[in-house]
Design a protein around this ligand. Structure first.
Ligand SMILES: Cc1ncc(COP(=O)(O)O)c(C=O)c1O
Length: 384
């Protein structure tokens, strides 16, 4: 029996043809026709004023922090339960990540704790839409508004997800998407900065292009380009944009196929959650998710390492998520805590992510379900 990997990148079939087209165009750096098509797609779907394709969500987050003018000593409130890039972007500019706990249902930043973590040094709030399930954006924007601090959304997991009908990443002044190979829509390494505050567009184009006004030069708005601000090389290559376009064209199909698998898992595991044997993802009624991830929260009575080993013995590759940033060595050096982090500490010890990728056969989904049920001590449902 073949092993079932945690992730297997899905190809729509048009990637190579579009890369060939980009090569034939002889435009392989950034800002070519495929880049423009992808950016227009993101704007159309999200309502963002502009979208700049970047080499990664990490790059988009770094750009966002630069655009929010975060300087040494400025604080940014964020979850500890996130990927390093959220916090590292702040630290690169001398800022201080202030780690706040997550909600026990969605595992998103607990909006009720954010206000208490805001100080005179707070410059931004960075919610992370974990697993593509939207944070309570109304509450977070309200705190941001009342304290005059920017909201920057880490929507790395969030392509095709909405909250109150609006795309994740389109609520804050800025949002970051990831197109890393492990994401629903991908191009190997890639990301995008969603710009919702139109006053930031001009400066964002400079930060994207190494701190130069090169974009204005290409548009014929200046007669030579030069160094005008801070920046770095965040641009996505046209080769990646061509690949990405093949994926974006299929984003609806990709999402619905992922949702089928997510729903199959949920149908199998929800009864166990109702009996209190496992925790399953919670999707608030205001959020529509993209099936980026299906996770379980194991009870204290089950050892996660034994559980993962048992799944692996069945050929099922499940993985954990995140090592909380406040307890990591860089996190203790560069950040501080802004609340107790009980949920973060608890969940990060017990969370297991299951294989979920387009192309998984029904029999493979069934094998994952049976393996989980057996490892959780529940009755296996028999041969599928
Ligand atoms: C919440 C979050 N933010 C940012 C990133 C970084 O994304 P990228 O690999 O595109 O830089 C990740 C990566 O998985 C992530 O999970």
């Amino acid at each position: 029996m073949d092993a079932i990997p945690f992730n297997r990148p899905y190809l729509t079939g048009n990637e190579i043809a579009y890369i060939g087209e980009a090569a034939a165009n002889l435009h392989l750096s950034g800002n070519g026709p495929f880049t423009r098509r992808c950016a227009a797609w993101i704007c159309e779907r999200s309502g963002s004023a502009a979208a700049l394709l970047t080499h990664s969500a990490t790059g988009a987050l770094e750009m966002a922090v630069a655009l929010a003018d975060i300087r040494p000593g400025d604080e940014v409130v964020m979850p500890s339960f996130t990927f390093v890039s959220t916090a590292n972007a702040v630290v690169l500019r001398g800022g201080v990540p202030v780690f706040v706990d997550i909600r026990s249902d969605t595992l998103n930043l607990d909006e009720t704790l954010v206000e208490d973590a805001v100080t005179a040094r707070t410059k931004a709030i960075m919610p992370v839409h974990y697993a593509g399930v939207g944070c309570d954006m109304a509450a977070l924007l309200d705190v941001g508004h009342r304290h005059s601090v920017a909201v920057i959304e880490d929507a790395a997991h969030g392509i095709m997800s909405t909250y109150d009908g609006r795309a994740l990443g389109s609520y804050g002044a800025l949002g970051a998407l990831s197109f890393h190979e492990t994401k629903n829509v991908m191009c190997g390494e890639g990301g995008a900065l969603m710009i919702n505050d139109a006053s930031l567009i001009d400066r964002a184009e400079v930060v994207l292009e190494k701190g130069t006004n090169r974009k204005r030069f290409y548009r014929g708005q200046v007669d030579k380009y030069s160094w005008v601000d801070i920046g770095s090389s965040y641009v996505m290559s046209e080769i990646n944009a061509a690949f990405l376009w093949a994926q974006l064209e299929h984003a609806d199909v990709i999402t619905s196929r992922r949702l089928q698998i997510w729903n199959a898992y949920d149908e199998a595991f929800r009864p166990l959650a109702e009996e209190g044997l496992l925790g399953c993802p919670v999707v608030p009624h205001r959020a529509r998710h993209n099936a980026h991830m299906y996770y379980l929260i194991l009870p204290e009575t089950i050892s996660r390492s034994k559980f993962l080993a048992q799944l692996l013995a069945d050929g099922v590759h499940a993985v954990f998520h995140y090592v909380p940033l406040h307890s990591s060595s860089a996190g203790t050096r560069y950040g501080r805590t802004g609340s107790t982090l009980k949920v973060t500490e608890d969940v990060s010890e017990r969370l297991v992510r299951l294989p979920l990728w387009v192309g998984m056969r029904e029999s493979e989904v069934g094998r994952v379900i049976d393996s989980v049920l057996a490892a959780a001590g529940a009755r296996a449902t028999g041969v599928r």
